[in-house]
Design a protein around this ligand. Structure first.
Ligand code: HXC
Ligand code: NAP
Length: 272
């Protein structure tokens, strides 16, 4: 019986794939045999990530592109299609975040997160559709518990990620007939990431947070990557329109327990 988690011969595109959770997902697909294309703003970060991905022995392509720029992300997707052929797995994970109260946020600060997370996801999926394998492609949005749990200091991310999930649900309906599945992953606090550094801060907050996570630990890159591999595999062939938390049960407690709020209570100053 073929291994459902062998992605040899498959092509994977990861928007925002130059670091953190998204790079962890890209690496897991590379290790599983896939050809990888990644895009993010910084060419330097893209180049470094590509070097890491190449260690797995497969084909790798990196492009600098801002997901807020439809033409730029379209060009990156087309480049992947030209080199690897139809895209089997499309991951939309570019995001921006900083803890700030609504009153400490300019309209442009709010808009910058909406534009990266929400408009960016629309752009990646809208531009990507023509290059996806039909039938068979899997689209995976990287969401967050903010999408369904309101959290203080996170009005931008809560609004943006809620929108990301609705984009996922609508496109699951519109594209199901093409044989394209569209799902979202909602990671909880994942150690070793920029998001964790920005929102969870100190060892004290981490400890407090872990005591409130039902499975009593923060997450790892591998926790997220394993879910992405499953969602892209034939074992998930009847799953579409789903938002799946990978958070040790953290989100069950609700948004009042946001790590940013805990950091604030522990005396951290919100802001840059
Ligand atoms: C208030 C802030 C701010 C802060 C920036 N701004 N940081 N306002 N508090 N801490 C304001 C700026 O003053 C500006 O408004 C506006 O936001 C845009 O800032 P720019 O720096 O010009 O924008 P840009 O270069 O596009 O950068 C976007 C960014 C930046 C989001 C601000 O931080 C970024 O590039 N982030 C990408 C990496 C990242 O955030 N990774 C973590 C993802 S984690 P004005 O009015 O002055 O023009 C994540 C976690 C989810 O999503 C959940 C975890 C559990
Ligand atoms: P990260 O390392 O900062 O990852 C964000 C990535 O997106 C970077 O590669 C960044 O590269 C890219 N990016 C940012 N803005 C972009 C833009 N406008 N256009 C193209 N690429 C852009 O952060 P992370 O913590 O791993 O987060 C990754 C994903 O997981 C995000 O969707 C985040 O919301 C989600 N998430 C994270 C956590 C957590 O605990 N870390 C929890 C829940 C959800 P450039 O700077 O080169 O553009």
């Amino acid at each position: 019986m073929p291994n459902p988690f062998d992605f040899t011969g498959k092509s994977v595109f990861v928007a925002g794939g130059s670091s953190g959770i998204n790079l962890g997902i890209a690496e897991a697909f590379a290790a599983a045999g896939a050809s990888l294309a990644i895009a993010s703003r910084s060419q330097e970060r893209v180049d470094q990530a590509c070097e890491r991905l190449r260690r797995h022995g497969g084909k790798v392509l990196g492009r600098s592109a801002d997901v807020r720029d439809f033409a730029a992300i379209s060009a990156a997707l087309k480049a992947a299609y030209d080199v690897f052929g139809e895209i089997d797995v499309l991951v939309s994970g570019a995001a921006g975040n900083f803890p700030a109260p609504a009153l400490g946020m300019s309209a442009n600060a709010f808009k910058s997160v909406i534009d990266i997370d929400l408009l960016g996801t629309f752009n990646v999926l809208r531009a990507g559709h023509q290059y996806l394998r039909k039938p068979g492609a899997a689209v995976i949005n990287i969401s967050a518990p903010q999408s369904f749990n309101p959290m203080p200091l996170q009005v931008h991310a809560c609004a943006a990620k809620a929108g990301v999930d609705q984009v996922m649900r609508v496109l699951a309906m519109e594209w199901g007939g093409d044989g394209i599945r569209v799902n979202s992953i909602a990671p909880g606090p994942i150690e070793g990431t920029e998001g964790f550094r920005r929102l969870s801060g100190s060892a004290e907050v981490r400890q407090k947070m872990e005591s409130r996570i039902p499975l009593r630990r923060v997450g790892t890159l591998a926790d997220c990557a394993d879910l992405a591999l499953f969602l892209a595999s034939p074992r998930a062939s009847w799953i579409t329109g789903a938002l799946i938390p990978v958070d040790g049960g953290w989100s069950l407690y609700g948004g009042g327990l946001s790590s940013a709020q805990m950091a604030l209570e522990a005396g951290a100053a919100p802001g840059r």
